[in-house]
Write a protein that binds this ligand. Structure first.
Ligand code: BEZ
Length: 212
């Protein structure tokens, strides 16, 4: 059965380009972006894996580890990583799970046979330090993902956890946030939002981004 938002994600141990990984131990207290791609030595995947390597400083700032997956084996991953490093001009410094036996792909429902027989589609899981699933999205094999959007969602989730704000449509870092509807007590509002807020409707209250 598919893993749903708010579920505790299952643990696994699997081989990777950086040795065996026990997922819970490897993740530790970090957030994790776990993302699957269809196949090694394919063009869109090559650009995606390179982009995630390029964005490592942004993931690190947010306490996020990244973990790729495809159903190819470790030897294939190691050869392909050389190509990624050469063509994308960077060092690939995070692991790729070698899920040849489809253990993790099946556990996380990453194979959608009516779209791509036997290969993983482009799924992303954002998992928080409590191992809860906070976002999932699935792209077709032919469309490379927008990893700036993944960082934007992580910013939003971390703001919600720390400051009780949500983020409106097309929100970008630095823009006004919305106060979560559950906060109604005037004293709590004053304490949590010292910069004040604008009440557009009783359920729509805008406040400056709390951590800026
Ligand atoms: C790619 O990564 O380029 C790709 C993989 C599978 C199908 C289509 C494109």
């Amino acid at each position: 059965m598919a893993i749903r938002l708010g579920d505790t994600v299952p643990n696994f141990t699997q081989a990777s380009s950086q040795g065996d990984i026990n997922f819970y131990e490897w993740a530790g207290d970090s957030w994790v972006v776990l993302f699957s791609h269809p196949k090694d030595y394919t063009p869109v995947c090559t650009t995606e894996l390179g982009e995630v390597a390029r964005l490592q400083p942004e993931f690190n700032k947010r306490n996020v580890k990244t973990l790729a997956l495809s159903v190819d084996d470790t030897e294939s991953h190691l050869g392909w990583i050389k190509d990624i490093e050469e063509t994308q001009k960077l060092t690939l410094n995070y692991p790729i799970l070698a899920d040849g036996d489809r253990k993790v792909s099946d556990l996380y429902d990453m194979i959608h046979p009516n779209s791509l027989l036997n290969l993983t589609v482009r799924t992303v899981f954002i998992i928080d330090p409590n191992k809860k699933l906070r976002l999932t999205l699935t792209y077709p094999a032919s469309t490379g993902r927008n990893f700036d959007e993944i960082l934007r969602v992580i910013n939003s989730l971390q703001l919600t956890d720390k400051y009780s704000v949500a983020t409106p449509a097309n929100w970008k870092d630095g823009q006004d946030c919305v106060i979560v509807p559950s906060i109604k007590d005037p004293k709590e509002l004053q304490e949590k939002f010292p910069k004040g807020y604008i009440q557009v409707k009783p359920y729509l209250r805008l406040t400056p981004q709390p951590n800026k």
